[in-house]
Design a protein around this ligand. Sequence first.
Ligand code: HEC
Length: 462
Amino acid sequence: MHFLNNLVNPESGERLTLLYYLLSFVSTMLVTYMAIAATGSSLSLYFNRKGLKKGDRIYRRFARNLIDVAMPGKGAVAALAGLPIVTIILIYAELLYNTNADVTNFITGSAILIIVGFMFLIAYRYSFRLEGFIESYKKLTPSQKAEIGDASIVDIDSMEVSAHQTRRRAGLFGTVLLWVGMWAFMGGSNLALNGQAWTKDAGMFAVLFSWTTIWSFIHFITAAVVIESAAILFFFYIWDGGLGASNDEAYSSFVKRFAMNAGLLFAIVQPLIILIDLTLVPSAARDGAVFGLAGLGLLIVFILVHFFFQMLKGRKIRLGSYAFIGVVVMVGAWMTAKGVSFSQSNRAHYQLMADNYDKMLSELPEVQTAKINGEDIYKQTCSACHRFDRRLVGPAYNMVLGSYEGKMDDLENFIMNPRQVLQGYPPMPKQGLNEAQVKAVAQYIMNVYQTEEKNGTATYTK
Ligand code: HEC
């Protein structure tokens, strides 16, 4: 993405630090939401199929509710996935300014996969509504159907079959694209961690199939199940009054049991995953903060295990809100640790960029504020009316400056705001100079006058 190099500027040290924080924050948002979207759509697909096969109402309702939570609407998807990923591309472009890193290519590729995936999933979600419509149509009596129109126009059975097919395909494509997109995302962010890889042409497959990328992806999948479980409990039962799941006893207890068990199981394996993660941090990126954040992650995971366990025991669904906050903090710790590793492993580049920025700053004044020169101002402005040795429009400087010796403030004040002083002269017009220019020109004419006076050449004619 070399064209981005033209868009970004070297950054100051302070702004770079700010960018690392921003990167961690938007990555947390993206990874949390993508976990819900990818796991939710996978589970929805699975339960939809199972529900159709067995004709089970509970599975089919679960499939519908899962996709409703995973895809809250186009606007929400754009805000939760689109905005963060575009921000991440721009931040990497700034942070890796002038390196040959393929990081932005990877993340851009992942963004495209994810966007296309969401388009399929929009169709998938919509097909549930179509199904609802078809079902209510089928329930109508023949006379009601006749009232709506000629029933034979719509071959409702073939419509149903094609709706099911579209749904299966759209759901499958969409879900696979989301997962592959996140895999590429993990590849890109790992590439960013490994400074040595930037200079070489990394090669897409080498990055995607490297052990660190595969491991990060496994980390993502397992964490995603915990996140999705907490999200199910939170969005099905608590957020905004829930999805009405509680009104249906059989359905409700099925969903709770599923989410609590899945959450507990996958939370239990997280500590091991976090520990293996630590062994994979590049040596250049080892830093106290990385270990501290891993510690925080472990703590959160233990709390999550406790929550899921408590909920399973007593079905205290209220703990679902805390579990949801917990998973967000868990992702936050993970992403911040990645951000810190990233900043550590490219300290050299970071320093170089901050130096570049300082250099750029130090070169700026010459360009921007051309040096103020008293002689130039005299020549350009004052000499139209003044000479040192004779009267022009205004009096000879050699005549008037003697009274200003040791009173530079008065001289500057006069030049800034001329008043009528001398008999037989018109008033001097205001010259419209700024303070620095007035100081410079006053200094210049006074210097010339004093030198001439010392040399005895400060003569004038009236
Ligand atoms: C358009 C003509 C004009 C220009 C341009 C002009 N002056 Fe004057 N200047 C005058 C006139 C006329 C006077 C006499 C005014 C008076 O005594 O009331 C004067 C008077 C002065 C005096 C004498 C003040 C005193 O106390 O006797 C100084 C010093 C002076 N000008 C400095 C400058 C400087 C410095 C500049 C350039 C930044 C400048 N002038 C530009 C017309 C001009």
